[in-house]
Design a protein around this ligand. Sequence first.
Ligand SMILES: Nc1ncnc2c1ncn2[C@@H]1O[C@H](COP(=O)(O)OP(=O)(O)OP(=O)(O)O)[C@@H](O)[C@H]1O
Ligand SMILES: [Mg+2]
Length: 235
Amino acid sequence: MSLLLEVKNLSFNYGKQPILDDLSFTIEAGTIVGLVAPNGTGKSTLLRNVTGLLRPKHGTVSLLGHDSWHDRQEFLKHLFFLEDSTRLYEGLNPNELFGYVKDVWGGQLSVDRVVKVLRMDKYRKKRVASMSLGMKQHVLLGMYLISGADLLLFDEPLNGLDPTSIELFTRVFSQLKGQGKSILMSSHQLGNVTTMADSVMFLKDAHLQTFQTAAIDLQQKYDELFAVDEKLLEP
Ligand SMILES: Nc1ncnc2c1ncn2[C@@H]1O[C@H](COP(=O)(O)OP(=O)(O)OP(=O)(O)O)[C@@H](O)[C@H]1O
Ligand SMILES: [Mg+2]
């Protein structure tokens, strides 16, 4: 296995609230890692710190040996991250967005190929502004595919997808892995994380607990870590 991403002693606070406390982890080439935690725990904050959209208070992140701050241009060439579909340019259509990503990242796949694989023929010329959530999620995934980047970071990529699209996305992720790409994805869909990810990182109280997905029952571990009070509505 070869090392792709190395995160060392990463800490981040919002004001006085510690969100990430001294986190260290690595991601190997050709692996899928799930990031799981309840709402408001810090998954998006972690992804933003790893990519350098937020500056960590302490710690370092390096991708193929390129430091996220001191070697930023090289670092960014090897990853793709667009947090969610609200960040897409509303006035552009998939053809234009894909063309833009291809120009900047220079991935191998053609725009036509990605449109076909993701079954987007009917809306490849439709403006993002008039798309449904699921359609926008396809546009996002298309941009990741076009980029051809080695590390793909996703923040809840399965949100808003119908069962057929979830199946399609799952197959695409598995093929990306087969090509040696690595994926770090946050998700609330534990069933899908179980089938897709090699390992899962739970974020709790600003710390990570990592498990091989084959070694645990994800739902059981989730319930153990983030137990909900059964008697919610009792006065
Ligand atoms: N810009 C901000 N300023 C201050 N606090 C913030 C800011 N953004 C997020 N937070 C806080 O940081 C914590 C983690 O938020 P984050 O968005 O990372 O959670 P998350 O795990 O991605 O949640 P979700 O599952 O709802 O997407 C929350 O307590 C949130 O209120
Ligand atoms: Mg989030």
